[in-house]
Design a protein around this ligand. Sequence first.
Ligand code: ACM
Length: 635
Amino acid sequence: MRTLFISALIALCTATVSAQKQSVDVPNIIPEPVSLSVGSGRFVLPDNVLIAAPSKNEETAFTVDFLKEKLSVATGKHVRADAKASNACIALSLNKKYDAKIGDEGYALSVTPTKITLTANKPAGLFYGVQTLLQLFPPEIESKEKAENAAWEIPVVEIVDYPRVGWRGLMFDTARHFFTVNEVKQYIDTMVRYKYNMFHWHLSDDEGWRIEITSLPKLTEIGAWRVEKIGTFNYFSNPLPDEPKTYGGFYTHDDVREIVRYAKERFVNVMPEIDVPAHSLAAIASYPELSCTPGAEKYNVRAGEPIMDWNFSPPRAFVDNTLCPANEKVYEFMDKVMTEIAQLFPFEYIHVGGDEAPHNFWEQSPQVQALMKRERLTTYPQVQSYFEKRLEKIIRAKGKKMMGWDEILEGGITPTTALMSWRGEKHGIEASNSGHYVVMSPSNFVYIDLMQGDASTEPPVYNSLRLSRTYQFNPLPEGANAKYILGGQANLWTEQIYNLRQAQYMTWPRAFAVAESVWSPLEKKDWKRFIEKTENHFKRFDFAEIKYSPAMYDPIVSVSKTDDKYYVTLTPEIEGLDIYTSFDNSSPDRFYPKYTEPQLIPKDAVQMRIITYKGKQPAGRLMTIKVDDLKKRAK
Ligand code: ACM
């Protein structure tokens, strides 16, 4: 870091230094490496690039091809790999002697003016080293065609790097909206640039069953399809009986095998999630006999209409979306599902959901009442626990381990069940201290379905999570037993996400922040520096044609009320922004008065407009907020 500061200083002192050169000199690596020192001089990519790489190694072959492709497309240079080349300018090799410091995923990258040397103990380390190497090049390296006028050179550096935690995940909900195999691959492609190694694949919910189970064909004949609605999910009208159910889709076994193979090549594990006993309306619409209320109503795969009253905890359901824990058919069903899931997914864990199970239909069920009497269960979390314990037996019989959302802790869990902590950190801390393996995924830091900017500019979601807050995520929080914390993960629920572009927008840059939280040493995290790097990665994403959110350039808006007067406070999330506002319906620019203090809302104003600038350039989006909305926010 010290060397980095020194090189930044030199850049500042050299008045003639070009922006281009500066961006090349200060490595913008996300996640920040464990150790990085910048030397003097630069490596210039020759016109003919020769890569030396381990021969006949299936696991490294993809990494070499990946590097070859990335280097040749954008630069237009001739790149080839030859295992025996002694004069190669880029050399990738596996250590003959295991270097315990860098472990299975770490690497060492050395750049001199004449040679790039990348070493690792295992193929995964070489892959991550290649991601770092690519980030040393200017943003044009991400161009999908030959980029003209880029300087294909990188600074002389020495990097030694390895992850803070082993589980570095993103969850993608393909149940609320279906995403094609190609889109799932694109999502994985972007993850791996930031050294994520876990793709948690949410495959079933009230709004769709997305995986073929050949022994239960109705799951995908019926459960994968619903009435199409566009607008604000959760507030749609009830689907009419004659509306066509043509919206949705599912993954065949071949699709799943293809995704698992694709992910593995990129050193990503795929963990499937089948969310039970609640969030199961798509399964119940397919097989109504699995509910505690068969025949009581006509079940439909949910199309976004309200089905829960969230004023209660757990929520009360208007429509029974739970599998019946007292019904033997449910365990036969789960056995069939888990047989196929276990065969399709090599990863050791199967996630079984377990979140947000309403109790109100169980309360009315004579079957559940009889079960409670027979098993001496006195609470509904215990009823759920009875279900989870039987489910775990099924899963273990298939040679797999079970993981669930933290609600499954409530009625008591077996010692071998693992937990994903989402309702804050406390359940994960508690579980780790009682010897359960835990993945930290607290909604108040890493729920990337939440709004990242002001409600006036984002699709409405029940809460907000700014980038600065996500950056504070610590997968190893105080009080946890680190030995049992597998790692951390961000979750992308897709109720309000209708397409891949929006999925990208919601994921990035918050997943940069999560990547740095799960990979980099805590003491290497630096918010100011992270934002500089994020801006560089925005340029990379522009070349790569990946969408991201610029919400960090929009200020945080809060309103206070004093003596019947309303004042608007605007707080920039990042440094270096000037804010301009108007209440006269016109669009402010940098020639309007600069915001310096809370603004009184004029008595007859109808809307406030806000924009930020960085120097002479607009940075944020033009925000327009109705005065009525502002007044509702007053604290
Ligand atoms: C969850 O967000 N309901 C796990």
